[in-house]
Design a protein around this ligand. Structure first.
Ligand SMILES: Cc1ncc(COP(=O)(O)O)c(C=O)c1O
Length: 369
């Protein structure tokens, strides 16, 4: 049985008429960039996060850049973040001329280690970006406490974590000074192209992000500061609003599928595979296992038409473009180990038990042969 890593068609099929309606609405309104659809999405996402403001932007990567710009991050500044994340988290820091300070992860959560963050804080630390990797919230309490004591703002990179919650029930997007979401198509709330959002409960920061999003102009053609074109399209917003209405159901589907994997892998008693730890509030944007002989398992699954992907094969501190930071192999060992062991296996809201059984069977076949 062929099992895709993600089946967007299955998710979109029942929503087709609603997408058409949203598309027609934008066509009739002839307002293609920002405008009422974007404002409505901003209000809906902000409300879901329990914060006052949302600013729709062109991608999750741009959300990070514009959030850092709003804090005035630039040359000479340091921003602490995880070495085990998608490149954009650190790319945004570097593009502004600041220095990413990479810290290691906790082996059990894949998220940055709060003590390592605290140890990395120095006089030039301008911001901290915890990443809620794979849909699990980073352990925020100690980071927020240490940051607050020193007046350092925290930006949540929740690109993979819309709808996730901390174990004590705080929604991703409500904890940091600003939070960045991605609407890249494969995300839990994915659009039909690039898109993203910054949310915040801080009126001044939200206003700054909004200003920066449109070349710093207010009013039009009168530029207070230098920003960029970080705008979100109306069509993306209209289509995303359809999907946002069904996000709760989709997240429940992801959670149920994650639990089903636990039962199915439990029956198989494979000890070569370690499943992601379950915690309250995990949104299972990705279901990432640790596997012995990971690369061979990956080849086997691919040969059996079982979708899979490695997130991520090389931690950021080992990337060529960051060589001048002076870190290398052996420096952040938990992330390096994760990069050599992790594999995402199929998980999406509509995945069937038969599909999941096929994934488990293919893993068993590999390890038992
Ligand atoms: C952790 C993380 N940060 C940032 C981004 C950037 O988002 P986008 O692809 O929308 O630019 C992503 C997307 O893959 C991500 O996973």
């Amino acid at each position: 049985m062929k099992v895709p890593l993600l089946d967007l068609a299955a998710h979109h099929r029942p929503l087709r008429d609603q997408f058409q309606e949203a598309f027609d609405r934008v066509l009739d309104a002839e307002h293609y960039i920002l405008g009422p659809e974007v404002q409505a999405l901003e209000a809906e996402v902000a409300a879901r996060c329990g914060v006052g403001y949302g600013i729709g932007v062109s991608s999750g990567s741009d959300a990070l850049i514009v959030a850092l710009m709003a804090l005035g991050v630039g040359p000479g500044d340091e921003v602490i973040t995880s070495t085990y994340t998608f490149f954009a988290t650190a790319g945004a820091i570097s593009r502004l001329g600041a220095t990413p300070v990479f810290v290691d992860i906790e082996a059990h959560s894949f998220n940055l280690d709060p003590q390592a963050v605290i140890d990395a804080i120095g006089p030039r630390t301008k911001a901290i970006i915890p990443v809620h990797l794979f849909g699990r919230c980073a352990d925020m309490d100690d980071i927020i406490r240490a940051a607050d004591e020193r007046g350092i703002p925290v930006i949540e990179d929740a690109a993979q974590a819309i709808g996730a919650e901390t174990p004590d029930g705080r929604v991703a997007g409500s904890v940091g000074a600003m939070t960045c979401f991605s609407f890249f198509p494969s995300k839990s709330l994915g659009g039909f192209g690039d898109g993203g959002m910054v949310v915040s409960d801080d009126e001044d920061l939200a206003d700054k992000v909004r200003l920066l999003r449109g070349h710093g102009a207010r009013p039009k053609y009168f530029h207070k500061i230098v920003g960029g074109n970080f705008r979100l399209d109306a069509l993306q917003a209209a289509l995303l609003r359809v999907k946002l209405k069904h996000l709760g159901t989709a997240l429940a589907g992801r959670s149920a599928a994650a639990q089903r994997y636990r039962a199915l892998f439990g029956n198989s008693s494979l000890d070569a595979i370690e499943l992601p730890q379950h915690v309250q509030g995990h949104s299972y944007a990705l279901f990432v296992i640790r596997a012995q002989r990971r690369d061979e398992l990956q080849k086997h699954l691919s040969a059996r038409d079982i979708g899979n992907a490695i997130y991520y094969p090389l931690p950021l501190h080992e990337q060529e473009c960051f060589a001048d930071l002076g870190l290398g192999a052996g420096d952040l060992p938990h992330a390096e180990k994760a990069a050599s062991e992790t594999l995402a296996i199929p998980l999406f809201p509509e995945i069937t038990e038969a599909q999941q059984q096929a994934v488990v069977d293919a893993c068993e076949e590999f390890y038992n042969s």
